[in-house]
Ligand binder design. Structure first.
Ligand code: NAD
Length: 252
């Protein structure tokens, strides 16, 4: 019943923002941080790196300070994740979101994910709030590194001598220039926001549904669990991204 009511909202939407988090990609086989779940173990030293994920320590693995202390560890962990991400495929939820662009004029995907799966599914308007795990730049001067080969045991050097790092936003770092501004503007002017697979705990991304709500947009959450956001949503659809999003598409 709720599905058809949300389907009606989608059919009438003119400007849609979709905020996605790690749960969006879980059914593609990418674990979320908050569920200590072991990923499939890749060969070689992958088991150690998978164990690092299970006991994920953001201070060691996802801060500039952590990179300075042990650049090789951080490099190897992100390389392992880059390879994991490139091995998986977008799931039925990513594909349904991409197809929504056929029916709704103005769709913006604002993702906290760094895996590039929305683009691979065919979505065209995407803001990557936390960067991309498949891109790189240098630590000291942010010089872009065009192609970084796989399986390097430690970070390569930029022409300026600084180590290369993944182009993801680490804790304590600012979001990419313009990304938050574009996401905020879209949240201020959308009439409907879908919030999919995020615990809504990481700020400033978590502020976007509140901004949309303040500006009278309807808010729909898709998540098997309740989150701090569930109280302000118009509908909280309990289920997974790959199960619910294709059903919403069927409403068109
Ligand atoms: P999170 O791990 O805090 O929360 C994940 C949320 O997804 C939870 O609320 C959970 O109930 C929900 N969920 C789990 N399975 C789901 C499914 N199949 N369908 C829909 N929802 C599901 O993730 P977050 O809120 O994105 O914040 C954590 C940070 O971790 C973000 O900054 C993100 O950049 C980063 N991250 C990214 C990836 C990725 O790129 N795929 C993976 C892990 C973490």
């Amino acid at each position: 019943m709720e599905i058809s009511q949300v389907g009606e909202l989608l059919k009438n939407a003119k400007r849609l923002v979709v905020l996605t988090g790690a749960g969006m990609s879980k059914e593609s086989g990418i674990p979320t941080f908050r569920e200590t779940q072991k990923a499939e173990e890749p060969p070689g030293d992958g088991a150690d790196l998978a164990a690092l994920w299970a006991n994920y320590d953001p201070q060691k693995l996802a801060t500039p300070e952590g990179f300075l202390v042990d650049p090789t560890l951080v490099w190897r962990w992100y390389e392992w994740r880059r390879q994991m991400v490139l091995k998986v495929e977008p799931n039925a939820g990513h594909v349904a979101l991409a197809k929504l662009e056929k029916y709704i004029e103005d769709v913006l995907i604002v993702t906290q994910n760094v895996d590039g799966l929305h683009a691979r599914a065919g979505s065209r308007n995407i803001v990557e709030l936390h960067g991309s795990i498949t891109s790189h730049f240098c630590f000291a001067n942010a010089h872009k590194a065009e192609t970084v080969p796989f399986d390097l045991p430690e970070p390569p050097e930029c022409f300026c001598g600084s180590p290369i790092r993944p182009a993801v936003v680490w804790f304590g770092e600012a979001l990419p220039q313009n990304a938050m501004e574009q996401a905020t503007r879209a949240s201020e002017s959308c009439d409907l926001m879908l919030v999919v697979g995020t615990s809504a705990l990481v700020w400033p991304a978590a502020s976007l549904p509140y901004i949309a709500k303040q500006n009278k947009a309807k808010i729909i959450e898709i998540n098997p669990e309740s989150t701090p956001l569930s109280d302000i949503t118009d509908y909280a659809l309990k289920g997974t991204a790959a199960a619910i999003l294709p059903r919403l598409l069927e409403c068109f």
